[in-house]
Write a protein that binds this ligand. Sequence first.
Ligand SMILES: [Zn+2]
Ligand SMILES: [Zn+2]
Length: 423
Amino acid sequence: MKVVRILIVGTTVMAMFALVYMWGNADGRSGKNAMAVYAAMAEPTASPVNALDELDVYYPGTESLAPDEMRVVACGTGMPNSRPKQAAACFLVELGNGDKFIFDIGSGSAERLSAMKIPYDFLDKVFIGHLHSDHFGALSDLWIGGVIGNRIKPLRVWGPSGHKPEFGTAYAMEHMEKVFTWDTGSRQGNVDIRGQVLDVTEFDYKGINQVIYEENGVTIRSIPAIHALDGPVSFILDWNGLKFAFSSDTFPNKWWMKYSAGADIAIHECFITPRLLVEKQKWTPGASLNVGTQVHTSPAQFGKVMSLTKPRMAVAYHFFNDFDTLPEQLEQVRLTYGGPLSMATDYMVWNVTKDDIRVRMAVIDEDIWPQPAVGEKLPPDRSTRIGFSDFVLSGREPFPEVVQKIYDDINADYGTNYEVPSD
Ligand SMILES: [Zn+2]
Ligand SMILES: [Zn+2]
């Protein structure tokens, strides 16, 4: 009798072990080590008063990174057309050495970056895969909003050249600065504008596994991508024996197959299936087939790429991830790929070490305020203001009896001695 019971327990344990293994490795919803999960289950910890050991969600700003750990946060996984649930392409990579990198910064994603509660001085390195608005449309938000959010360091931007100079990143950045001439000029002399400096590096889009960044033990390389026009690239980041690969947008190509192979985490576009483009996006079948399989990588093509490159974790993005689209999207990927997989949506988080890849969702605080600067902020140098014309100045109603009290209160609270300006 006793022997039989042990056998039953043994079978149950094996079944549970298999279930956890499949869950963790086939669908990637949890990268938890199966043995650790089982060991924890063997020790009862239920308590009516103690906090849980395991929250299974990520609260930004509450977890230290281990020295050998990489954390990747999906800050945009959607489409060029905006919607509340998913911003356009943006992935934040945080490393245990203190470095942070932003790969693409599509429209809407600056808001998601802010939700990570990271001082803007640490969000100072942006790598743009190509110049579609859904891959760099929120750059101006990070650039100028970051200054208001206390960044006092220049914003560093890397991006590819194009087939002509005006199709390159340097041209785009030069003209972004021009577009915001009034904006940046208006802030001069009114706030600390040291963070307004843009430090742009344009590199050759044809470079194959070319090093475009090498600092502090981190190497980032670019490879050509095939998407819409000449110019797009994909990125490979290597640090501490961990490899992160990010496609931005690309049709399946030989460079990705070769240089992303065996990545610890490989994020590749997985566009909406052509049928869903017709049904949900309201496109014609012709446009859906063309854009869905020739300009972009469809889910079945994505699966084929991942089957051949075998990352430790394949991450699919660039689709609207809903209850009624995910099943078809996933079914198409599974036609060609059976390995570890995350079907990304905004705020999905991967903690990557050599032993484990843990996948969770972040739970964010919507009442976000900026973090402080890494150094002392300077008071405005009003002598550098562009100022108003006499015409506009003649319209001011200065209400001195109201404003003087505001100055007096602030000076009393903070021990300062500011005077109400006369102009
Ligand atoms: Zn694109
Ligand atoms: Zn795109």
